[in-house]
Design a protein around this ligand. Structure first.
Ligand code: FAD
Length: 400
């Protein structure tokens, strides 16, 4: 098979890149997706929250993509029949330090043009969420809950209607070789020749990039996020979405409550080292992946930090001891009991770590003469997927 562009990875990012590329150029684009069904990894295993942009510093890529992404996703979902509900989010502060950080979030919201209100009492919090407890909260009405799997399928349906796009599922890319004409891509199915390459392989993007000598100073470290579901009879404990005040030192937002578009309320995710890039259960181990992580100097340096070590220990406990997970959940909604929580699904974040032990917090892509490698489509990657994919499509189209 031969195509102008090969996009490796049919998650929300790869599909969005393809949507925008095929909309604005005549390039013949092939998406190579290893799974037989879409949305099997990050794009279908997340909280499904559209983050309107108050969590990110003004003028950062994250802020721009999230703010614009929230608006565009809502329009897209309305147009394509994807369930999406603008429920609003409450970010709850339990301590003076957290309350002070809410001011930073408010400033960011102001600068990024995101609607918000600061609630300064327990009574004001209760008006939004009768069971949430805190001393203050930031309320952002534009946050929304979306069915991320249906979004992925809507993108795929739209693309499949285009004459210049082909979606190949069940095509796991094993090897990419640079040739005079572009790339030769070996897959578990037929091989593909392409003049241009977009690497949007999520949890495996670094492995493929390394084959071409790209991004060798980084490695994906897989962090699993587990969810519990509140039993239906207790689901009224959360009406909308309740988040803790994030710790600015950490890349993850902390265990939160999300009312999904199907009415279920999920609690999570924690953030624990996964013993494999696709080790979704806490008993799953992929020895090769695990060895790769444990021997990676960036990971070793990350764990040398006392803060990280204590966070890692606390998160590990939340994974293996339900009592610890319940305690974290009770911080926001004290009425929730262990018996109200039933184990649900898990997702794995493709967290990029650098050789010097830094967690890469911003979206990161690396350009080559005829390729773009997306190494870090970090959260809120779902929210950002439309403008981010468009940006990558423009970047690639400029090379043609
Ligand atoms: C637990 C969790 C909660 C999150 N919550 C939110 C949230 O509430 N809001 C938000 O905005 N973002 C959230 N995110 C982030 C968001 O889900 C991701 O940023 C986004 O889905 C990344 O999309 P992607 O297309 O890059 O990755 P993926 O969805 O992982 O897609 C990559 C695709 O590449 C395929 N692939 C990999 N290797 C190969 C190969 N060798 N050959 C062919 N195909 C390959 C995979 O099968 C996969 O389909 C969350 C993420 C996680 C894990």
């Amino acid at each position: 098979m031969s195509h102008d562009v090969a996009v490796v990875g049919g998650g929300c990012v790869g599909l969005s890149v393809t949507k925008h590329l095929t909309e604005r150029t005549d390039l013949d684009v092939a998406i190579l997706e290893k799974e037989h069904h879409l949305a099997q990894h990050q794009s279908g295993r997340n909280s499904g929250v559209l983050h309107p942009g108050f969590n990110y510093p003004p003028e950062s890529k994250k802020a721009d993509f999230a703010t614009e992404g929230t608006r565009r996703m809502k329009e897209y979902c309305a147009e394509h029949g994807v369930p999406c509900e603008e429920l609003g989010v409450l970010v709850v502060a339990k301590t003076d330090r957290e309350e002070a950080h809410l001011e930073t979030l408010a400033e960011q919201a102001e600068a990024n043009g995101v609607e918000y209100e600061i609630l300064r009492s327990q009574e004001a919090i209760r008006e939004h969420e009768p069971h949430a407890v805190g001393q203050a909260a930031l309320y952002a009405p534009e946050a929304a809950s979306v069915d991320s799997q249906q979004y992925v399928y809507a993108l795929a349906r739209e693309i499949q209607q285009r004459e210049n796009a082909s979606l190949y599922t069940g095509h796991a890319v094993s090897e990419i070789e640079h040739t005079a004409a572009g790339y030769r891509i070996a897959t578990s199915n037929s091989d593909v020749e392409a003049s241009y390459l977009v690497n949007a392989a999520g949890l495996h993007a670094d492995t493929l990039a390394h084959q071409l000598g790209v991004g060798e100073q980084y490695q994906v470290v897989p962090f699993r996020g587990e969810y519990y579901e509140i039993t239906p009879d207790r689901a009224d404990l959360c009406q909308t979405m309740i988040y803790p005040t994030p710790d600015p030192q950490l890349p993850f937002l902390g265990v939160h409550y999300t009312r999904r578009t199907d009415g279920k309320v999920i609690v999570g995710p924690n953030a624990v080292l996964a013993f494999g890039r696709e080790a979704y259960d806490n008993t799953d181990v992929n020895p090769a992946d695990l060895a790769e992580t444990l021997t990676y100097e960036g990971f070793q340096k990350l764990l040398a930090s006392k803060t990280m070590l204590s966070v890692a220990w606390a998160e590990l406990n939340k994974s293996y001891r339900k009592r610890r997970f319940t305690e974290a959940s009770q911080r926001l909604v004290p009425e929730v009991r262990s018996e109200d929580l039933e184990k649900s699904y898990a997702g794995i974040r493709a967290q990029l770590v650098s050789d010097d032990g830094e967690l890469v917090k911003d979206p990161l892509f690396v350009e080559r003469e005829n390729a773009v490698h997306i190494l870090n489509a970090v959260s809120p990657g779902l929210t950002s997927s439309l403008p981010f994919g468009e940006h990558i499509a423009e970047t690639l189209a400029a090379k043609v």
